[in-house]
Design a protein around this ligand. Structure first.
Ligand SMILES: [Zn+2]
Length: 267
């Protein structure tokens, strides 16, 4: 029986993948990958995605402003996202808002303050509420704060907490809030014992496979750029961590995908 896979978070439009994209997709597709979700990271890049997705019809897109690119973001970008979502509402062509979120490491490494990140994160949560869309969240060192805020708002549209590496308790809280946890390259590293234990304890219904390509290279490849080709291998690793069959991992993660991103079913 052939299995189906999906990369729930992949920056497949980034230029670092230009030389690999076609070959990577044809290999990934031959291994059962059926699609990819590409997050938005800035207004300019979000505006380029419709054309990219048209040329690569197995890709689905989000729109959003990533905390790494805070310097580029302007309040007018939120208005642009709002108008873009209105124009594209009927087609279901935008599957989520994000990649948005909070990254505590950026305060020191790039001097992007907590308050500045919070401003863009909240503006995008409000957009998701207004347009009834799931969120794609980038969270480092801020699980408790963002989860508490979404709970306070009674945020009802769920989403993906991508590249999850929090505790079991944090993971369960996200699951209760209607969010899935993105699982990928981090679990492949020999030292990631705590993460693998957390994943073995979390319900399979809370997990989605993702690569975050070209980033988050797994422990077992040489190439500098990660690839969606890794997804079936991540599926196999997750099957061994959770002591489930590969068929079950594939089937349940597909169900999770359509539950979290319902507009994928109308595309
Ligand atoms: Zn990302």
């Amino acid at each position: 029986m052939s299995l189906t896979w999906f990369d729930a978070h992949c920056h497949f439009d980034f230029s670092a993948l230009d030389q690999y994209r076609d070959a990577d997709w044809s290999l990934a597709h031959s291994m059962g990958l059926s699609g990819i979700i590409i997050p938005g990271v800035s207004r300019q890049q979000s505006a380029c995605l419709p054309e990219f997705v048209q040329r690569h019809p197995y890709c689905h897109r989000a729109v959003g402003l990533h905390p790494y690119w805070c310097e580029q973001h302007r309040d007018a970008d939120i208005d642009w996202l709002d108008a873009h979502l209105h124009h594209n509402a009927d087609k279901g062509s935008v599957v989520a808002i994000g990649e948005c979120g909070m990254d505590r490491h950026l305060i020191k490494s790039q001097g992007i303050s907590w308050d500045e990140q919070w401003h863009w994160c909240m503006a995008q949560i409000e957009l998701a509420e207004r347009h009834k869309k799931p969120l794609i969240l980038h969270i480092r060192g801020a699980h408790d704060e963002v989860a508490a805020e979404l709970k306070r708002r009674r945020f009802a549209y769920g989403g993906l907490v991508h590249a999850f590496s929090g505790s079991l308790q944090q993971g369960l809280r996200w699951h209760e809030l209607g969010f899935a946890l993105g699982v990928g390259g981090a679990m492949t590293h020999p030292g990631a014992t705590r993460l693998r234990k957390t994943l073995s304890d979390l319900p399979l219904e809370s997990l989605l496979l993702e690569t975050d390509s070209p980033d988050m290279r797994p422990a077992f490849i040489q190439r500098a750029e990660n690839s969606p080709v890794m997804i079936p291998l991540y599926g196999a690793l997750l099957a061994s961590i959770k002591d489930h069959s590969l068929t079950e991992i594939s089937a349940v993660t597909q169900q999770n995908l359509y539950r979290i991103f319902p507009s994928l079913t109308v595309n």
